[in-house]
Write a protein that binds this ligand. Structure first.
Ligand code: HEC
Length: 126
């Protein structure tokens, strides 16, 4: 019973991945704002460093470069620039993108990630 349920779940995710795939473009910044409020503001804000670095301007910025925030060496030394693709990968699995990083949080659904990225982009004026 449990095995069958798992198989159905996986195949739905697979179909969804095929449909949505690498289409980063269509994020909804309004929905992203709500997701940001509920999932990210425990550690982040747009204009102040908290548990995580401030986010305004993050889109288009090099990773690990907010002044006054104490990043992990992994993020500080990374050469990644935050855009649709890199933010999507970061939110899906930060540890896979930058091994040794310290953000213990992931966003499972591709459409949630796209909306959050659209929000971060808008708030960065890009
Ligand atoms: C449990 C706390 C926590 C939560 C929740 C969290 N983060 Fe983070 N985030 C961090 C920490 C800590 C870092 C710094 C990681 C490092 O230096 O290794 C970080 C770093 C980042 C960075 C890199 C910023 C830069 O200046 O290079 C981005 C982008 C980011 N987080 C986005 C998000 C988003 C979007 C959400 C919500 C979906 C989120 N985070 C939720 C703790 C968190």
């Amino acid at each position: 019973m449990i095995r069958r349920f798992t198989a159905v779940t996986v195949s739905w995710q697979f179909l969804f991945a095929l449909t949505v795939g690498p289409a980063f473009a269509a994020g909804d910044a309004e929905r992203g704002a709500q997701l940001y409020e509920s999932r990210c503001t425990g550690c982040h804000s747009l204009d102040a460093n908290r548990v995580g670095p401030m986010h305004r301007g993050v889109y288009g910025r090099k990773a690990g470069t907010v002044a006054g925030f104490s990043y992990s060496p992994a993020v500080k030394n990374s050469t990644i620039v935050w855009d649709e693709a890199t933010l999507d990968r970061w939110l899906a699995n930060p540890q896979e993108l930058i091994p040794g990083q310290r953000m213990g949080f992931r966003v499972a659904l591709p459409e949630d990630r796209a909306d959050i990225v659209a929000y971060l982009r808008r708030e960065s004026g890009k």
